[in-house]
Design a protein around this ligand. Structure first.
Ligand SMILES: Nc1nc(=O)c2c([nH]1)NC[C@@H]1CN(c3ccc(C(=O)N[C@@H](CCC(=O)O)C(=O)O)cc3)CN21
Ligand SMILES: O=c1ccn([C@H]2C[C@H](O)[C@@H](COP(=O)(O)O)O2)c(=O)[nH]1
Length: 318
C-alpha cells in the first residue's frame, strides 16, 4: 500500500478524532487542527489520490495558468476548468455594473435554497460566457487580482522593480544548487486587498541534494477534502517540471499546513473515502522535447497508470 496516500487518510482520521469545531469566514463550519506535516516520496509514484478520482487535467491547467503569470479566469474557462469561477463571479456581482438578481452570500444560499440555486446557476452561466467572449468584460471582471500567477512571476518590489521568482529559482538551482534561498513567496501584506482570495499556499522552497530536487510548501489554511488533494498534486507536478528543466531527479515533497480543516458538509464524504483501499500510484510522463518549465502545454504532461476509485462530490465553501 502506498505510504504517500496513507498519510492523507491518516490526516483525515486525525482531524475527525482530534479536531475542534470552528466557525469560518464562509459560514459553513469546520473541524480544524493547527499545524501538521506530511512527507511524500516522489520516487514512490505521483501523489494523486486513488481513493477518489481527482481530475488531473484541472491540476495541470491550473498550474500552467500560475506559471504563465496569468490571473484571469478566461484561460481556465478555455480549458474547461471551473475551480476558480466563484471567486471571479463574486467580483462581478459585488460590482456597481451588476444589476441582475440579488446574489448576496450566493455560495451558502445556493446550497440551502433550490430556487435560488437555479437563478444563481443562470447568472453564473451568463458570467462565464461573458468572460469567454467579451474582452473588456474579461479584463474587468474575469481577473482575480494579484493572485498566484502575478506574485510568482511579476512580484512588485518596494523598489518599483518587477521580480520573477520562478525564473530566479530555476537560475539559482542551475548555478548554485546548494542555495538555501530557493524560495517563492506569494504572501504580501499590501496585496491582500487586491486579491479575490489571499494565497492559501503562500510560500514554497526547493532543496537539492544527491541529484534530487525536493520541495516544501506551506499552507496557512487548507480544505482537506477538496483543496489538499489538488495542492499536493500541483506541487508534485511543479517539482517534476523544475527537476526536468534542471536535469535533476525528484526527491521529496513536504507539506506544512497551519489551519487544516474538514468542512462540516464534507464529513460524510470523508467517511466514505476512508472505507476505500488505496491503489497503486500513477506515474508522470513529461514530453522530453520540452525543456523550459514555461513551454509546457497540456499535451506535454501525461499521467500513466491511474486507476482510482470513483469520484466523491462535495460542495465548495465560498
Ligand atoms: N473552500 C475552498 N476550498 C478550496 O479547496 C479552494 C477554495 N475554497 N478556493 C480557491 C481554490 C479552488 N480550489 C478548488 C475548488 C474546487 C474543487 C473541486 O470542486 N474539486 C472537485 C472536482 C471539480 C470538477 O470536476 O470540476 C473534486 O471532486 O475534487 C477543488 C479545488 C482550491 N481552492
Ligand atoms: O489552494 C487552495 C486554496 C484554497 N483553499 C481553501 C482553504 C480554505 O478552506 C479556503 C480559503 O478560505 P480563507 O478564509 O481565506 O482561509 O480555501 C485550499 O485548501 N487550497
Amino acid at each position: 500500500m502506498s505510504k504517500n496516500e496513507q498519510q492523507y487518510l491518516d490526516l483525515c482520521r486525525y482531524i475527525l478524532e482530534e479536531g475542534r469545531r470552528k466557525e469560518d469566514r464562509t459560514g459553513t463550519g469546520t473541524i480544524s487542527i493547527f499545524g501538521y506535516q506530511m512527507r511524500f516520496d516522489l520516487q514512490e509514484g505521483f501523489p494523486l489520490l486513488t481513493t477518489k478520482r481527482i481530475p488531473f487535467r484541472l491540476i495541470v491547467s491550473e498550474l500552467l495558468w500560475f506559471l504563465k503569470g496569468d490571473t484571469n479566469l478566461r484561460y481556465l474557462l478555455q480549458h474547461n476548468n471551473h475551480i476558480w469561477d466563484e471567486w471571479g463571479f463574486q467580483k462581478w456581482v459585488e460590482s456597481a455594473e451588476y444589476n441582475g438578481p440579488d446574489m448576496t452570500d450566493f455560495g451558502i444560499r445556493s446550497q440551502q435554497d433550490e430556487e435560488f440555486n437555479k437563478v444563481y446557476q443562470e447568472q453564473l452561466a451568463i458570467y462565464q460566457e461573458k468572460v469567454l467572449q467579451d474582452d473588456d468584460f474579461a479584463q474587468k471582471f474575469g481577473d482575480l487580482g494579484n493572485v498566484y500567477g502575478k506574485q510568482w512571476r511579476s512580484w512588485e518590489g518596494a523598489d518599483g522593480e518587477v521580480y520573477d521568482q520562478i525564473q530566479y529559482i530555476i537560475d539559482e538551482i542551475k548555478r548554485n544548487p546548494d542555495s538555501r534561498r530557493l524560495l517563492c513567496n506569494a504572501w504580501s501584506a499590501s496585496e491582500i486587498k487586491n486579491q479575490q482570495l489571499p494565497p492559501c499556499h503562500y510560500a514554497f522552497q526547493f532543496y537539492v541534494a544527491n541529484g534530487k530536487l525536493s520541495c516544501m510548501f506551506n499552507m496557512r489554511s487548507n480544505d482537506v477534502f477538496l483543496g489538499l488533494p489538488f495542492n499536493i498534486a500541483s506541487y508534485a507536478l511543479l517539482t517534476h517540471l523544475i527537476a526536468h528543466e534542471c536535469g535533476l531527479e525528484v526527491g521529496e515533497l513536504i507539506y506544512t499546513g497551519a489551519d487544516v480543516h474538514i468542512y462540516s458538509n464534507h464529513i460524510e464524504q470523508v467517511e466514505k473515502q476512508l472505507l476505500r483501499e488505496p491503489r497503486e500510484l500513477p506515474s508522470l510522463k513529461l514530453n522530453e522535447q520540452v525543456k523550459s518549465v514555461f513551454d509546457f502545454s497540456m499535451n506535454d504532461i501525461e499521467l500513466v497508470g491511474y486507476h482510482p476509485h470513483g469520484p466523491i462530490k462535495a460542495p465548495v465553501a465560498v
